[in-house]
Design a protein around this ligand. Structure first.
Ligand SMILES: [Zn+2]
Ligand SMILES: [Zn+2]
Length: 339
């Protein structure tokens, strides 16, 4: 039970799907204080709290302090961190290092060196109180279904990564943080970013992708989109972004649906490290396969676009339905039987 005397003067509610960091920044600025000053005074931690990706690494003491001073429930606070996707997008949650499906921030001190914080300009523009969403950190969330537009992953004016926690950070004498929607580097209001219509290459790919986006948006939950589905989806993205001398799954699917080819990084990089535009293409290729996995994966295999060993490589535990398909790709006798 929280005593009223412990509550901070300003303790707004968490907005639907709001990120913990967005909420904390709003609380600090609502007190008319610099973020670091607020954290030092109210939490006993200054800048060092922002040396980490606090939406990924949320310590218990921090959750407890927020519980004590805001009146929000512990469960509700934890749900505002990226830990909340455990058991949905990934089985195991990594406290640090690479976590599949989550966009990295690649932090150096308090700066983001990777464009890992995305936003929908129209969601921000529509908000009575603008805030940043948890789903904007998910690598396959490249478009907002409500507004039918691409998200952005950087300030369109200066190209800086979005870092709303740095509005006044390091700016001596500046207390007024301005708006959370302004770029920390050039003050451009992100709500005025260009609205770009997404390209959907194939209807079946789009229809398979949509429920996954809706799930993140809290619109709908579809039982098919469970942790096993997302594991297979990631495995297919990985295969398409790996250099193999004889495999060309990406080219095979891209040709089927008329999508452009994504150039692989010279050294293997996970899906999360590719650009917004590249992720937008690759996820549709993988969704196309999963729109009718038995037919399409087998067809890719028969056309030598992918091999059995690659389909199962470093992939455990595999969902039964996927393994059942992969097992049919063991030998070429199947190919002639099935063709
Ligand atoms: Zn939107
Ligand atoms: Zn900017």
């Amino acid at each position: 039970m929280v005593r009223a005397s412990q509550l901070w003067l300003y303790h707004p509610h968490l907005q639907p799907d709001e990120l913990l960091s967005s909420w904390l920044v709003r609380i600090a600025h609502g007190h008319g204080m610099k973020l670091q000053t607020f954290c030092r005074v109210a939490l006993g931690k200054g800048q060092d709290l922002w040396f980490r990706d606090i939406d990924r690494q949320v310590p218990d003491w921090f959750v407890h302090a927020l519980f004590e001073h805001t009146g929000a429930g512990v469960r509700q606070i934890k749900r505002a961190s990226l830990l909340d996707y455990r058991g949905v997008l990934y089985r195991r949650y990594r406290w640090s290092g690479h976590q599949y499906w989550l966009l990295p921030l690649s932090m150096v001190d308090t700066s983001h060196h990777h464009h890992g914080m995305q936003f929908c300009p129209l969601c921000l523009a529509e908000d009575e109180v603008p805030y940043f969403r948890k789903r904007w950190r998910v690598a396959f969330y490249t478009m907002c279904t409500k507004h039918q537009c691409m998200v952005h992953d950087r300030c369109p004016s200066c190209g800086a990564p979005v870092a709303f926690h740095r509005r006044e950070m390091g700016k001596i004498g500046q207390v007024d943080a301005g708006l959370i929607t302004q770029c920390h580097a050039c003050d451009f209001d992100l709500r005025e970013s260009k609205v770009i219509e997404p390209v959907i290459y194939d209807e079946s790919a789009g229809l398979t992708w949509l429920p996954a986006l809706h799930m993140l948006e809290g619109v709908d939950v579809n039982a098919r989109y469970n942790v096993g589905f997302f594991a297979v989806l990631h495995q297919l993205c990985k295969i398409m972004l790996t250099h193999y001398s004889h495999e060309h799954l990406q080219q095979f699917v891209a040709a089927k649906i008329g999508a452009p080819e994504v150039t692989l990084q010279p050294k293997h990089k996970s899906f999360e490290y590719y650009s917004l535009e590249e992720r937008h293409v690759v996820i549709q290729l993988a969704m196309w396969l999963l729109a009718d996995p038995e037919t399409r994966i087998m067809d890719a295999w028969r056309n030598k676009a992918v091999r059995y060993n690659v389909l199962k490589k470093d992939f455990q535990p595999r969902p039964q339905w996927y393994w059942w398909i992969v097992k049919q790709c063991v030998n070429w006798r199947n190919a002639s039987l099935l063709s």
